[in-house]
Design a protein around this ligand. Structure first.
Ligand code: SF4
Length: 496
C-alpha cells in the first residue's frame, strides 16, 4: 500500500502528533460544536460504491481558516464475513487511522469526535475531504481484509449533520442496549483494548459485560467480535482467572493484563472502585467521576458540560489530572454507559455516593438511577458550589450523610480521651514500619531523641521515649491525598 501520491505523509509515525490551536487551519467537531458524529455501518454489497468519497456541504478548501465546523463522518462497508458486531470496533479506528495522517489530529469518538487540520498540512495540499477519504478507506481495508467494499461520506452542512446525528445516536444506543442484560458472571472471558497506548502508554481498558470501555465505544460484544477477527490485534481476549473480590471487580486475569500493559507499574485493578486501585484512564473518556472529599461523595462531569463543576473545576482541568494512563484515586475516566451498569462504583457504595451530575447527563441516564435517589442528586441547576451542595444534601437527606455522622461520632470519641499514657507519633512503628537510627544526631533541627515522620517538605517531630505526656494531633474532617509517601531513614551526619 503506497501513499506517495498524496501531498502529506501517512503512517503510524504521525500518531500522537498534536495540532495545537495556533497551528490549526480548521477544526471539525470538538467542544465548540454541539452536534457531530462518526459512524460505521455494515451494508449489503450492492449499496456500496467501493472507494467513493462523498461530501455533503462545503469541502475543506471552502471553509474559512481558524473556524470550527460541524462534521459527520460516515463509513459504510460490506463484506461476506463482516458482522454487525464489528461496526463499533471498526468505527473506533477512525481514531488511529486519522492520526496516521500527517497534520491531521483526531480525538474522542462517536458524538464527541474532534478533528483538527494543521496549517502546514493544508499548505502542503491536504485541502479536500476527497484526499482524507481515500486515505482512510485504504487504511480501513488494509487493516481489515474482510472489508470488501467501502465508501465514506463527510457531512459539513449543519442541517444535514443535525439530521444524521439523531440517527447516529439511535445506532449507538441500540449497540449499548445489547449488553445491558448481561453480567460479568455470565461470561467465560473478558477483553482488553490497547488502542490508546500511543497517547497513554501504560493504559489498557479492561472490558467486561458490566464495565464498558471508558471511551464508551467498545462493549464486551464489540471486543469479542474484534478479537475473533484479529486475536493478536489491539483488542484481545483475557482469561478472567480467579475472582479475588467480586464487589471490587478484582480478577487475576485483569491484574495480569494491566501488569503487562503497564510494564509492571500497575499490578491491580478494582473495576468497580474509584478510590482503591481504580481503573487507569487514557484521554478518551466520555466523562470523569470525581471524588468530592468535603461531602465524601462523587460528582460526574462529561465532555459536553461547558461550565464549572461543583468542585470549582472545568472538565478540561480535571481531564489533565485524570488521563495519561495513571491509576488516579478520585479522578476516574468513565463512559456514560458504565453509569447504566448495575455494578457502577459498587465497591464504593454505588449510587449512594453520587451527589452531583450535569443535568444533561442526569436526563440521559435517569431511568438507571435508583428512584429514591433521583431527587437527592443535585445538578448545576440547583447547586454550583460545595457549601450549597452540603445544604442540598442535608435538606434532601442524601444517604452519603450517614458517612458524615459516622465520622463525627468517631471524632467525638477521640475528643473524649483526655488521658493517654504514651503519645502516638504519626508514622510511629505501629503504623509504618520504621527503625530509628541508634546514634544521637540532630537532623534538620530536631532535638536528639526525637522520632520523626517526614512528608515531602514536612517534618513532624514527636517524642518517642521517656515518660513525658507527649502530644496527640487530631485532624477533623480532613482528607489527605498523596500520590506517594516515602518513608526514608535519615542517616546521621558523620562527625568530622
Ligand atoms: S478508551 Fe479503551 S476501549 Fe476505547 S479505544 Fe481507548 S483503549 Fe480502546
Amino acid at each position: 500500500m503506497s501513499f506517495e501520491a498524496y501531498p502529506i505523509g501517512v503512517g503510524p509515525q504521525f500518531e500522537g502528533e498534536r495540532v495545537r490551536k495556533k497551528e490549526m487551519y480548521i477544526e471539525l467537531g470538538g467542544p465548540k460544536i454541539e452536534k457531530k458524529f462518526e459512524l460505521c455501518e455494515v451494508k449489503p454489497a450492492k449499496a456500496i460504491k467501493d472507494g467513493m468519497v462523498k461530501i455533503i456541504g462545503p469541502d475543506i478548501s471552502e471553509l474559512k481558516e481558524g473556524g470550527s465546523y460541524p462534521i459527520g463522518a460516515y463509513l459504510e462497508i460490506s463484506g461476506s464475513q463482516l458482522e454487525q458486531d464489528l461496526e463499533a470496533v471498526i468505527e473506533r479506528r477512525f481514531h488511529d487511522f486519522s492520526n496516521f495522517i500527517q497534520g491531521f489530529m483526531h480525538l474522542n469518538q462517536r458524538y464527541t469526535n474532534w478533528f483538527r487540520l494543521s496549517k502546514k498540512s493544508y499548505e502542503k495540499g491536504l485541502n479536500s475531504f476527497n484526499i482524507l477519504g481515500e486515505i482512510l478507506i485504504k487504511l480501513f481495508k488494509a487493516e481489515y481484509n474482510i472489508i470488501e467494499k467501502a465508501q465514506i461520506t463527510f457531512i459539513t452542512d449543519k442541517k444535514q449533520v443535525d439530521a444524521k446525528f439523531k440517527y447516529a445516536m439511535e445506532v449507538y444506543d441500540k449497540r449499548d442496549e445489547r449488553i445491558r442484560g448481561m453480567k460479568d458472571e455470565d461470561v467465560e472471558e473478558f477483553y482488553a483494548c490497547t488502542l490508546c497506548a500511543s497517547f497513554a502508554p501504560k493504559h489498557a481498558c479492561a472490558i467486561a459485560p458490566n464495565r464498558m470501555s471508558l471511551c464508551g465505544a467498545i462493549n464486551w460484544f464489540d471486543a469479542r467480535a474484534a478479537a475473533k477477527v484479529d486475536p493478536k490485534g489491539p483488542i484481545f481476549r483475557i482469561e478472567k482467572g480467579e475472582c479475588l473480590n467480586e464487589k471490587a471487580g478484582e480478577y487475576t486475569g485483569i491484574n495480569e493484563m494491566i501488569k503487562n500493559a503497564s510494564l509492571g507499574e500497575i499490578d491491580k485493578i478494582y473495576m468497580y472502585s474509584g478510590l482503591e486501585y481504580p481503573h487507569t484512564s487514557c484521554g478518551c473518556f466520555e466523562a470523569i467521576a470525581f471524588y468530592i472529599p468535603e461531602v465524601e461523595g462523587y460528582g460526574v462531569v462529561d465532555r459536553d458540560f461547558k461550565g464549572i463543576a461543583v468542585n470549582g473545576l472545568p472538565f478540561s482541568t480535571m481531564a489533565n489530572s485524570t488521563g495519561g494512563g495513571n491509576q488516579v484515586e478520585g479522578f476516574n475516566g468513565i463512559s456514560i454507559e458504565y453509569m447504566r451498569s448495575p455494578r457502577f462504583f459498587q465497591y464504593d457504595d454505588g449510587w449512594n455516593r453520587f451527589v452531583w451530575l450535569p443535568s444533561s447527563v442526569k436526563e440521559r441516564i435517569n431511568e438507571f438511577i435508583p428512584k429514591d435517589l433521583l431527587d437527592k442528586i443535585a445538578t448545576e441547576a440547583e447547586v454550583t458550589e460545595i457549601n450549597e451542595l452540603k445544604d442540598f444534601l442535608q435538606k434532601k437527606e442524601h444517604p452519603v450523610m450517614k458517612r458524615w455522622e459516622q465520622e463525627e461520632e468517631e471524632a467525638d470519641e477521640e475528643e473524649g480521651i483526655e488521658e493517654y499514657p504514651q503519645a502516638q507519633a504519626i508514622g510511629s512503628p505501629t503504623q509504618i514500619p520504621y527503625t530509628m537510627p541508634t546514634q544521637a544526631y540532630t537532623p534538620q533541627g530536631i532535638p536528639p531523641g526525637s522520632q520523626s515522620f517526614i512528608l515531602p517538605g514536612i517534618v513532624i517531630p514527636a517524642p518517642s521515649t521517656g515518660s513525658g505526656p507527649g502530644f496527640k494531633i487530631i485532624f477533623k474532617n480532613v482528607k489527605i491525598h498523596a500520590e506517594s509517601v516515602t518513608v526514608k531513614k535519615i542517616k546521621p551526619k558523620k562527625k568530622k
